[in-house]
Design a binder for this molecule. Sequence first.
Ligand code: SF4
Ligand code: SF4
Length: 92
Amino acid sequence: MALKITEECINCDVCEPVCPNEAISMGAEIYIIDPNLCTECVGHHDQPQCLELCPVESIEKDSAHPETVDELTAKYERLTGPFGGPPLTQRR
Ligand code: SF4
Ligand code: SF4
């Protein structure tokens, strides 16, 4: 299940740089998470990094995008390549 940012977001910029999948970006008014890129940090970390660090708890599970751990793992493998390539941030 991808995560989403709620309207409680105060645009503090903490979450965007910690996302290993570059799934977080600034939207029209607040930060947003691309569900196609969010793996709940599966493949990178034990816990969702953005969720852990948000100071106002404005990140939550997005029930509109339910996914199993297997599906999240498959997404991670799709994003990083068949042999587990380097993080997206190192592939530019
Ligand atoms: S849970 Fe992980 S992958 Fe998803 S948006 Fe947050 S930091 Fe990025
Ligand atoms: S850490 Fe929380 S408050 Fe800060 S930009 Fe991200 S979602 Fe918004």
